[in-house]
Ligand binder design. Structure first.
Ligand code: FE2
Length: 370
């Protein structure tokens, strides 16, 4: 017991762990506090006395028994659960730290998460391994899918739901005579994240190839987190200015549509974790929310980040055959298309989805395996 019952320390298998009384009480697993069926909390914080403290505590058979006062309530905690949920060693290191679930990469990436469409549909384990790879690297490829309009929805059906936008449930990517959006022409596109003007931004994009006989038109991906780490290593001031101040992104290419959002190019969580990149030169609006004295530095930083992204050493390139598709984490991995010629045809369909359902599949099946 420490701090007059406000906390307690237990000796777990590896180390000593300390928990606050209020944390333990709020995280009680008894059926009056947590629903035994769905695990949801049944009480609110105001149901816990403000002066909650630990009256007594003991350990028996890998279970911690705690009696709280003034409630005189006794709660049991599995030591394994406490070990798994210990928080005293959480120390955010420095701005820009990355969760250990990610593995950053550049053009030297040897193995990309690639799987056969039919195997993904038939085999849950294969699907889970592939999703694990997509979460780790921020992108993945699927081969051998049906060469059929709308087949991209079958990719989304593997894990979640389409995120519909004003572009529709899906969008077509092919040459048009009067393009309202540069994605529909034969020009090459700089690597970018999609739709940074949306709030929230679509967190996954799927691009599905139906025809690709035109010359060129390869797809290319860049790990935005890797590019940001490189920028930070080179020039901390550049990293700071792009994460401290908001850019502005806009799209109003159609009648009745005016999408606008104010977000930084490099997005950090309040504890400094690197959680996102927004990079799209076509939809960057007039940036007005950078202090006057920092604007030149902001532009120098943005230019340098663009150079890093455009560097071939950061890029992984592949050509999609009809029936092949790829998925990107649109908060992390930038995608691009090389220019293609008018000969032959190139037809892709794209749609958006969200990462929460992808993660849900992965983590729920991980639980199922343990
Ligand atoms: Fe795009």
């Amino acid at each position: 017991m420490v701090d007059s019952g406000n906390a307690l320390t237990i000796a777990s298998s590896q180390k000593e762990l300390t928990f606050h009384a209020i944390w333990l009480r709020d995280n009680s697993q008894d059926p009056e506090t947590r629903s035994p069926t769905n695990g949801q909390r049944l009480i609110s914080l105001s149901d816990i006395p403000e002066n909650i403290s630990i009256n007594s505590a003991s350990i028996e058979n890998n279970t911690l028994k705690v009696t709280f006062s003034p409630e005189e309530k006794t709660i049991f905690y599995e030591l394994d659960w406490l070990e798994k949920n210990s928080y005293e060693n959480f120390k955010p290191t420095q701005k820009g730290w990355l969760s250990s679930i990610y593995k950053t990469w550049d053009s030297n990436l040897e193995v990309i998460p690639l799987e056969d469409f039919n195997d993904l549909q038939k085999n849950k384990r294969t699907l889970n391994d592939w999703i694990g790879g997509v979460l780790k690297f921020g992108f993945g490829k699927i081969t051998n899918g049906p060469v059929q309009s709308g087949a991209l929805f079958e990719i989304v059906d593997l894990f979640g739901y389409v995120r519909e936008t004003n572009y529709g449930r899906h969008f077509e990517v092919r040459t048009e005579v009067n393009p309202s959006n540069l994605a529909y022409t034969g020009l090459g596109l700089q690597a970018h994240t999609d739709n940074p003007y949306r709030d929230p931004v679509p967190t996954l994009q799927i691009l599905y190839c139906l025809e690709n006989s035109a010359e060129g038109g390869e797809n290319m991906v860049v790990d935005g987190f890797s590019a940001i780490q490189k920028l930070k290593d080179e020039n901390l001031e550049f990293f700071n200015v792009l994460s401290d101040y908001c850019a502005k992104f806009e799209y109003s290419g159609e009648k009745g549509v005016k999408l606008s959002t104010r977000k930084p190019i490099i997005e950090l969580a309040p504890d400094g974790e690197l959680i996102g990149i927004r990079f799209n030169n076509r939809s960057l609006s007039a940036v007005t929310d950078v202090p006057f004295g920092k604007m030149q530095t902001w532009y120098a930083a943005y230019r340098r980040l663009a150079e890093i992204i455009d560097d071939q050493r950061m890029q992984v390139t592949f050509k999609l055959e009809p029936g092949e598709s790829f998925i990107v984490d649109n908060t992390r991995v930038l995608h691009a298309r090389k220019g293609y010629s008018g000969k032959g045809s190139r037809w892709l369909q794209g749609c958006y989805a969200d990462k929460d359902s992808l993660k849900s599949i992965f983590y729920s099946s991980e639980d199922a395996q343990t």
